[in-house]
Design a binder for this molecule. Structure first.
Ligand SMILES: [Zn+2]
Length: 173
């Protein structure tokens, strides 16, 4: 386990905050190689209107561009929320060595909570470290959704406003 795991998780949390500022579910990720952050990204599923725009997928994409290949040797991924099945698949396909995640995801967590992608006998098994700064990572998500519920309540009076439509369409993760 990387002794600087919390430091890098804080960098992932900074990315998550940028997502929240744009009204996106606050999930952020960074990829670290030999002690250097080589990619940063946050969830932009709503603004990007794209199901693939999870923080981990975007970070992996950027890291591949940076290293010039589809393999990410010696790379560690730090993400504030447990990866979903899609992202867990991308992590395995890019041969990321280890994954550090903050909050567990009861609904979609694919590295130990809902199920464990490492149980399926795939040809690459990343090391998983869970619960890094878990309370803070989970706290960002719960306060985001609390705020969203509040806005939804107020928005129900003006359903046809563009802004309110967006709030009403934003699905909880
Ligand atoms: Zn995902």
């Amino acid at each position: 386990m990387n002794e600087n795991a919390e430091k890098y998780m804080r960098e992932a949390m900074k990315q998550a905050r940028l997502a929240a500022k744009k009204g996106e579910v606050p999930v952020g990720a960074v990829i670290v190689r030999d002690g250097e952050i080589i990619a940063r990204a946050y969830n932009t599923r709503e603004t990007g209107k794209d199901a693939l725009c999870h923080a981990e997928i975007k970070a992996i994409h950027r890291a591949c561009r940076k290293l010039g290949g589809w393999r990410l040797p010696r790379c560690e991924l730090y993400v504030t929320l447990e990866p979903c099945p899609m992202c867990a698949g991308a992590i395995i396909n890019s041969r990321i060595v280890s994954v550090y995640y903050g909050a567990h995801d009861q609904k979609a967590g694919a590295f130990g909570t809902l199920f464990d992608m490492n149980d399926f006998g795939l040809n690459h098994k990343p090391e998983i470290y869970s619960g890094i700064l878990e309370e803070e990572c989970a706290g960002m998500l719960s306060s985001f959704f609390a705020e969203l519920r509040k806005q939804r309540k107020n928005a129900s009076f003006g359903k046809n406003d563009e802004k309110n439509k967006k709030i009403n369409n934003l699905n909880e993760k």
